[in-house]
Design a protein around this ligand. Structure first.
Ligand code: GTP
Ligand code: MG
Length: 143
């Protein structure tokens, strides 16, 4: 998910391109201005953290771009492409390492496990907003 800072800074296209160019398949994508209720569900596991209220407040300041990407090891590889949570520890070449400095405004969120991804997809997408379609990636990216 491109966070409000990523959207407002015009980084959505670059973020999508990184995943597309790597060879991942976009199967869902939409702009949403999330309610605090939705964000509280999305970040429920962090509700005990001191930064929780600030994170929710920031995430509700504007639209985000929610996306679903598919492909081999997408969660592990996707999180590598995002870089460390704190941009001051994210390697150059990662999205956060190239485009952010402070931790709340780290431009992008990524699901950190298959079960979490399923939960998050259910929160953000209706079944009809996801697409199962044929692409050339199966032949041209994978061995
Ligand atoms: P996400 O892909 O955003 O979920 O990042 P993550 O899985 O690497 O981190 P985590 O789920 O622990 O935290 C979610 C978000 O909360 C992060 O992306 C940060 O924006 C924010 N966050 C995490 N840790 C801190 C912290 O120590 N301080 C502050 N201010 N924000 C934090
Ligand atoms: Mg997380």
């Amino acid at each position: 998910m491109v966070k409000p800072d990523g959207v407002q800074r015009g980084l959505t296209g670059e973020i999508i391109q990184r995943f597309e160019k790597r060879g991942y398949k976009m199967v869902g994508c939409k702009m949403v201005w999330p309610s605090k209720e939705l964000l509280e569900k999305h970040y429920a596991d962090l509700s005990g953290q001191p930064f929780f209220a600030g994170l929710i407040a920031f995430m509700a300041t504007g639209p985000v771009v929610a996306m679903v990407w598919e492909g081999k090891e997408i969660i592990k590889m996707g999180r590598m492409m995002l870089g460390a949570t704190n941009p001051q520890e994210s390697a150059p070449g990662t999205l956060r390492g190239d485009y952010s400095i402070d931790v709340t405004r780290n431009i992008i969120h990524g699901s950190d496990g298959v079960d979490i991804a399923k939960k998050e997809i259910g929160l953000w997408f209706k079944p009809e907003e996801m697409f199962d379609y044929k692409s050339c990636l199966k032949e041209m990216v994978y061995e």
